[in-house]
Design a protein around this ligand. Structure first.
Ligand code: NCD
Length: 420
């Protein structure tokens, strides 16, 4: 008979077609199959109960200068309301994470505000103390800007080569923003697309793979085209973002800054071709990059690049599962199992020992309503599209989100393997 637990999720239908009761104790799945007794029981009959997703590419902003865009509190609430229970923050915040001391202040801010589990990546730029951040608990290095983007200058190839050698020695993961940026006037979505072309992304991916030492664990961020993704080979992995699979330039006015992002939203033919890669895509991540409406209302050439998306990622793709366009297994693999494998961490799941983080979804989709999202950014390009949002999200066996209400549970910082 299972011991007394914190929570039992009854009648959970797993993607393998089994119906089980999942008991959670001390943050982990304790039993799966038979039911015992617990503080609280939730009946999942007629609902979908999915393992909490890991979004391994988010920009939580925060700090003195960027808290009007997003804070750790609003960003992680937004994550929970979209079924994401673990976010991995990127280091191009202000101040940038470049040594143990900037890492530790970021960690302090995250620990005091976060509503979901979190990790923090280390910045890679000239003068950065890579080993110091590794020991301080960085989850991965990067995104490393091999081309400039919002708050990140491109790093010179000779520095990248030496940084790769140091990261290889540490055994940590290197995640790279691979693009080539051409000179020209960046004053429309088409111009943005031409100045950061598919061919340049593919060229950057090839160059970086050639430069990478043999034992480097290398992961490519936000690949936007079939051509680039098709080049990734061997042990290397890559992620794709919802906006490159679901949005195309023809859906926006030529000067619409809200679709301005790096790498750019492509034309419809490029978007469709990227779908041919679905089975090969390792990770679906959001690149949640909140900028405010007033910042995005600037002239195209001066508006910041980036799209918020941590709350809509799983809902938009779960709607595609309901429409039978993708399988539930593939969605769980790309948002939970593969990110965990790549990051060398435990993930949520139905088996004993896995994390007790889940999101419970209704069996119907609804239209994405921008007014109901929680990011401080306050806008989304996905308004009106079909999405399936969780009714409840569970973190470490505790209900931390329920029908629009949040509870500050016991979120955990998940450090990288170098943490001492
Ligand atoms: C990101 C941001 O705003 O921080 N913007 C973006 O367009 N993707 C930076 C990045 O991931 O390149």
């Amino acid at each position: 008979m299972p011991e007394y637990c914190d929570l039992i999720l009854k009648n959970v239908s797993t993607p393998a077609g089994l119906v089980r009761d999942i008991s959670i104790k001390n943050g982990l799945v304790a039993h799966s199959g038979s039911s015992g007794r617990a503080e609280r029981t939730i009946d999942c009959k007629g609902l979908y109960c999915l393992p909490g997703a890991i979004d391994m590419h988010v920009h939580m902003r925060g700090g003195k200068e960027q808290s009007s865009k997003e804070t750790w509190k609003t960003g992680t609430m937004s994550a929970l309301a979209g079924g994401v229970t673990h976010v991995v923050d990127q280091p191009n915040c202000i101040p940038a994470i470049k040594d143990a001391s900037t890492f530790e202040s970021r960690l302090k801010e995250a620990k005091s505000q976060a509503y979901c589990n979190f990790s923090i990546n280390a910045g890679v730029m000239k003068g950065a103390d890579l080993s110091g951040m590794h020991r301080a608990g960085a989850m991965a290095f990067g995104e490393i800007f091999a081309a400039p983007s919002s708050y990140g200058e491109g790093v010179p190839p000779e520095y990248l080569r030496s940084a790769f050698l140091e990261i290889e020695k540490s055994g940590c993961l290197a995640t790279v923003h691979a693009e080539t940026v051409l000179e020209g006037t960046d004053d429309s979505l088409d111009a943005h697309n031409c100045l950061r072309p598919v061919s340049g992304e593919a060229e950057a991916v090839s160059n970086i793979m050639e430069m990478a030492p043999d034992d480097l664990r290398l992961h490519f961020c936000h690949l936007s085209s079939f051509e680039s993704a098709d080049l990734v080979s061997g042990r290397h992995t890559f992620e794709v973002m919802p906006h490159h699979l679901l949005l195309s330039t023809d859906m926006f006015d030529a000067k619409d800054t809200f679709a301005r992002v790096n790498p750019p939203v492509r034309d419809d033919a490029t978007r469709k071709k990227l779908w041919r890669m679905w089975d090969k895509i390792d990770v679906l991540a959001s690149d949640h990059a909140p900028h405010t409406v007033s910042e995005k209302s600037a002239d195209f050439s001066s508006a910041p690049s980036g799209i918020p998306g941590v709350e809509t990622m799983v809902p938009l793709f779960l709607a595609l599962v309901y429409q039978k366009k993708i399988s539930l297994e593939s969605l769980i693999a790309k948002t939970t199992i593969n990110p965990a494998r790549i990051l060398h961490i435990n993930c949520a799941g139905y088996e004993p020992g896995m994390r007790g983080d889940f999101a419970i979804y209704p069996k119907r989709s609804e239209k994405v309503d921008p007014g109901r999202l929680h990011s401080l950014a306050g806008w989304t390009p996905y308004g009106g599209m079909e999405g399936v949002f969780p009714d409840k999200t569970i973190l470490r066996g505790e209900v931390v989100y329920s029908d629009g209400d949040f509870l500050k549970g016991s979120p955990e910082w998940i450090p990288g393997e170098g943490y001492i």
